[in-house]
Design a protein around this ligand. Sequence first.
Ligand SMILES: *[C@@H]1O[C@H](CO)[C@@H](O)[C@H](O)[C@H]1NC(C)=O
Ligand SMILES: *[C@@H]1O[C@H](CO)[C@@H](O)[C@H](O)[C@H]1NC(C)=O
Length: 255
Amino acid sequence: MSVSLGLFLLGFCFVLESSECRPGAPCLYLPAQGCRFPETAGNCAGQKYCLEQKANGQNQTDSPVEVALYYESLCPGCRQFLVLQLYPTWLMLHDIMAVSLVPFGNAQESGQKPPYTFTCQHGEDECLGNMIEACIMNLTKLAFPIIYCMESSEDVIKSAQVCLQLYEPAVDWNTVMTCVKGDLGNQLMHANALMTQALKPAHEYVPWVTINGEHTDDLQQKAMSSLFMLVCNLYKGTKPAACTGAAMKFDRNYL
Ligand SMILES: *[C@@H]1O[C@H](CO)[C@@H](O)[C@H](O)[C@H]1NC(C)=O
Ligand SMILES: *[C@@H]1O[C@H](CO)[C@@H](O)[C@H](O)[C@H]1NC(C)=O
């Protein structure tokens, strides 16, 4: 069991690491190519990263379903959604979905100019967790696995360094902490505050989900009960085998 899981994860990491976001490539996460989300237009730095769409016969002209999560690093409901719904769905459906993570949620920002001051619902540790995750999104290529690793750990903050080393050993922890304590982190969190404040309708709770930039009670409830089914149903292109259960040819050179 653990051996086959290990092999699976290695295979998956390989797929991810060999992916690069090139201008013009059909990327699902677009780090340097502007925003896909209407509500993030203007300042989206660091909110997304790249996973090249695999050339597996799918129609690459169809746009991916955009799922954005507005959340707080220590909110139990947010952690549960990210760990049990968003990340597993993304593992299965990353060919047809784009994920945007905006850590801020019910936090408050004060100050008229940088550096801004932030206060968080679950205390200083939550602000720290939000900031670490915002910086990781800006500084690494594998932000989502790292953030999943943190959010699924018993201690979100203490696990951060290990999670970074696990998925992206080339990025030094000190670089992340320099971001967290410095102007970059402050700027990234300010951008998250603006994005959260710009939500229409305004968010009333967290986790708050938008699908293709839209939030309704119906979409939120469907996302909470089965994000996987929601993304499959909303995708307009040829449905991947994961959605339909269609048999796939198994490549014997796989391993
Ligand atoms: C990181 O943040 C800086 C400053 O906002 C921005 O210029 C840069 O594009 C960001 N990098 C990524 C990969 O998001
Ligand atoms: C891909 O999508 C385009 C535009 O929707 C359509 O014209 C084309 O037939 C599709 N190709 C395949 C292989 O499904």
